[in-house]
Design a binder for this molecule. Structure first.
Ligand code: KG4
Ligand code: ZN
Length: 352
């Protein structure tokens, strides 16, 4: 990254192929893969940016939250890299990275930076959380302050997508395939009861809908055969929505469309309620599920109707990437923040 704003190169080593057969991330395999990939990825990123290590002014690394084994690989490598180059090391919260993914996108999309205060929804396979974001200029760069105002009580939204996909034989990760299949289903066909979260009305819950889908499938034994057929297709490597689509009955398409409608309505409703409560001037949406077409469209329509601008990262910047970590590090670097040699990976590292 140049000046915390311009992406010189962005290299992402996906581990999807490795975790797919388990239907989710296996922590030990993830950290082993990080260890294998980290040096080649850094080399490739420098190569594409046409830079040498000596040209780098600072190193940013994710301190947490996340799987501790994977975080440790990054933290150890970051520390050693910074120390051997004699360059500053800045520790970054992964969730702050997701916020910055949205800010990175604005100039690329030729839009003004989102007006603050903002409400930010981070929605991925591991997180579903709402932040109030405030900004104030410090040393010529904006410093951001976060307050957590809502979060999931159980599953993350992306996790619900992945579990429903697994149940229906739609492969891993479930989000992209369900997103495409839902377009051919009737989203009003199956009624799911909206989650009741006692206490904070800005909290989410997605375990109920996952169980409701399971109950629906159990009550419709005629769905078994097609699920088995799709599992066989996945085994043959036929994972694309277009390949699975002919193996889906209308019942299945309606079910995934209704599931998606329910999740999207809930995410949008609580986020817009938060924006209203906080007098937010913009809404930011980030994380893997922010790639979802219906989520984007519904936010555009409903926030648009209230005159509230909504900002999404591109699909590439929605999912985990290193550019967003460098972007989040930049204001901290300018403010003189340095990670000490004792800095450690934090599996549960709260942003606020
Ligand atoms: O942010 P991310 O790449 O990784 C973390 O979980 O941190 O998010 C991955 C999650 C997965 O659960 C995946 O199913 C979901 O994002 N996802 C989607 C879509 N693309 C990815 N969910 C719904 N619709 C999509 N188009
Ligand atoms: Zn993430």
């Amino acid at each position: 990254m140049a000046d915390g704003r311009e992406i010189l190169s962005s290299i992402v080593a996906s581990q999807v192929a490795i975790h797919r057969k388990y239907g989710g991330v296996v922590p030990e395999l993830a950290s082993r893969e990080h260890l294998r990939q980290i040096v080649p990825v850094v080399r490739e990123a420098l190569g594409e940016a046409k830079l040498a290590l000596a040209d780098v002014d600072a190193v940013a690394v994710t301190q947490g939250p996340g799987l501790v084994g994977s975080l440790l690989v990054g933290v150890t490598y970051g520390k050693v890299l910074a120390a051997s180059l004699g360059k500053p090391l800045v520790a970054v919260n992964h969730l702050e990275g997701h916020v910055h993914a949205v800010l990175l996108e604005a100039p690329i999309a030729k839009r003004e930076q989102p007006a603050m205060p903002a409400v930010c929804l981070i929605v991925s396979g591991g997180h579903t959380v709402l932040y109030d974001v405030q900004a104030a200029p410090v040393n010529g760069a904006l410093r951001f302050r976060y307050a957590r105002i809502g979060q999931t009580r159980d599953d993350a939204a992306g996790e619900a997508y992945d579990k429903v996909a697994k149940l229906l034989g739609l492969g891993y990760p479930g989000g992209p395939v369900i997103d495409q299949l839902a377009a051919d289903g009737n989203a009003e066909a199956v009624r799911f009861t909206p989650p009741v979260t006692k206490g904070n009305p800005l909290d989410f819950s997605f375990s109920g809908i996952k169980t409701a889908v399971l109950r629906y499938v159990r009550a419709h034994a005629e769905m078994n055969e097609e699920t088995v057929a799709r599992e066989a297709a996945l085994q043959r490597g036929e994972r694309k929505a277009a390949q699975l689509r002919p193996l889906c009955s209308q019942l299945t398409l309606d079910l995934v469309a209704s599931f998606q409608r329910s999740v999207v309505s809930d995410l949008v409703a609580r986020t817009l309620a938060a924006a209203e409560e906080r007098d937010a001037r913009s809404v930011l949406v980030s994380g893997g599920v922010a790639a979802n077409s219906e989520l984007r469209q519904t936010f555009d329509e409903e926030a648009g109707a209230r005159g509230l601008p909504v900002f999404f990262p591109s699909r590439a910047l929605s999912t985990d990437n290193a550019a967003m970590i460098a972007a989040a590090a930049y204001p901290r670097l300018l403010a003189g923040e340095r990670a000490s040699v004792e800095m450690n990976a934090e599996a549960n590292f709260p942003l606020a």
